[in-house]
Design a protein. Structure first.
Length: 202
């Protein structure tokens, strides 16, 4: 049985579950989607997504429940992984805040990127923008940016997938894909279908 997990500690978990189900319906794949809260669940996963939310809370709970180390090991061993907004921060090797600077927070730390939290401002500064993502085709993708971070530096193994004038907002490193925005809120399954096809090979 193929299983896609959504890390279920905090954030827009239900939206991720729904987005996967819609994308899988489009792809006509027989795949189960589950919420992941225990370390032992990671062994059964074929892919995992880390939702948007509060990255410090997600990382702290994952660390406390021994999930973060098991997740890191699985990702380094090739587990296809999608991180959106806070999920991108949690996967980054280094994170700082646009206001307070360096943040001492638990990170999975598997992607060779540096991320600036709250780059576009706080909740009232959230916005939507049409984002050009060539791997999805010519039609722009609606990027929903909510207290969004941005990628300020990438390592040699990282492939930028999309940018705004401020910097990189989506990227891939082998089996890991991250976005500053929330594709699960766009009512558009193209990004999830791209991940299933090109990263998870489902």
């Amino acid at each position: 049985m193929t299983v896609i997990g959504v890390l279920g500690f905090q954030g827009d978990i239900e939206e991720h579950l729904e987005a996967w189900k819609m994308a899988l319906l489009d792809e006509k794949e027989d795949v189960r989607v589950v919420v992941v809260k225990r370390a032992e669940q990671i062994e059964e996963l074929s892919a995992v997504s880390i939702p948007g939310g509060e990255s410090t809370v997600i990382g702290s709970l994952a660390e406390r429940l021994k999930v973060i180390s098991r997740l890191k090991e699985a990702i380094l061993n090739g587990l296809p992984t999608l991180g959106t907004c806070a999920g991108m921060i949690v996967l980054a090797k280094k994170s700082k805040d646009a206001v307070v600077g360096d943040k001492d927070q638990p990170l999975v730390g598997v992607m060779d990127i540096e991320v600036e939290r709250n780059h576009f401002g706080r909740q009232p500064d959230s916005f939507e923008a049409q984002v050009s993502i060539p791997v999805l085709g010519e039609q722009p993708f609606l990027g929903v940016f909510i207290r969004a971070p941005i990628i300020t530096h990438v390592g040699a193994a990282v492939q930028p997938l999309a940018s705004l004038s401020d910097g990189i907002v989506a990227a891939r490193q082998e089996n890991i894909v991250v976005t500053s925005f929330h594709p699960e809120l766009a009512n558009d399954t193209r990004f999830h279908r791209y991940f299933l096809r090109e990263i998870a090979h489902l």
